[in-house]
Design a protein around this ligand. Sequence first.
Ligand code: ZN
Ligand code: ZN
Length: 354
Amino acid sequence: MKREMNTLGKAAIAAVLAACSLGAPPTLASGSTPPPSLHGTPHHVIDAAGAPPALAPGSTPPPYVQKNPYVVLNAAAARGPITVTPLRGGVYLLQGSGGNIGVLPSKDGAFMVDAGIAAASGSGAPRQRLESALQKLGASRIRYLVNTHYHWDHTDGNIWVHEHGASIIATPHTLRDLSKSVRVVEWAHTFTPVPAAARPTVLVAAERTFTVDGNPVRLRPYSTAHTDGDLSAYFTRADVLFTGDTFWNGLYPFIDHEVGGSIDGMIQAANQNIAMVGNSTIVVPGHGPVGRRADLVEYRNMLVAIRNRVADLKGRGLTVEQTIAAKPTQHFDAKWGQGVIGPDLFTTLVYRGV
Ligand SMILES: [Zn+2]
Ligand SMILES: [Zn+2]
């Protein structure tokens, strides 16, 4: 246990050394022209970094949206760089392009969990930075790509990863969500159907294990939680669990009500994650730093406490605005409320589900 912790500590330091950047990150002047899409499809169009996306009439973001997560995450991916962290047993973590990405290089081709954000302006596009990082890991050929759910910060790179040979694995719900238009009001963005080459072709509706070079990876769908298609990936030899966006380490999570997500589903998924891991398991969240079982427990307890406070206030007849004004998250904000999902938005997301 102690040795593993030391390994992880060294890994964090190694991340900086192994950071892959193709040069200075691009900077966009505010008001600059949005970059062209790499793939020419509406799904991949990235709004100008830092600038609010064009809104259809009547679709102004609600007042509780302090920062549009869609814009914030795209801007962060455009800045780069990609950091590479060895976790254990040959499994690596790539960070800096949307959600966390996992890679296990192997002679059969790499096993990859999530594909990040692909498109941005200039030569330092996230796709190129990710490809460079994979090349250095000996993972240019990819056997499998798992989509933990449909959100663009985990699937925008599907096309180029598929070009590297990957079969794309996801739940049937994720395929359905990628194949239709979904308006996410809190992001002021409509996701349109992705091209055929970006769609998952290997569907898992129940637990199933895939193997590359003798390394099993167990995939297990959740019930509806963050979305209706959440999927975990557990590298059994390395004892590394990727939770997708059912776990945000040190950050309030987003909950996608458009496709059935809810706070109660998030709590149920958090309990499933706790049940899946031991004390030495390395737990990779969808967003935030890697954690351990204790971090999952603290996260679950935070979700439960805020859920109960918001349900109590809503049960007394308070509107969502009045509930926000009552600050039901305030004891947790210093630790959890500093990310893209601020206290007011998180309160609203919880309120919708209770
Ligand atoms: Zn995400
Ligand atoms: Zn997500």
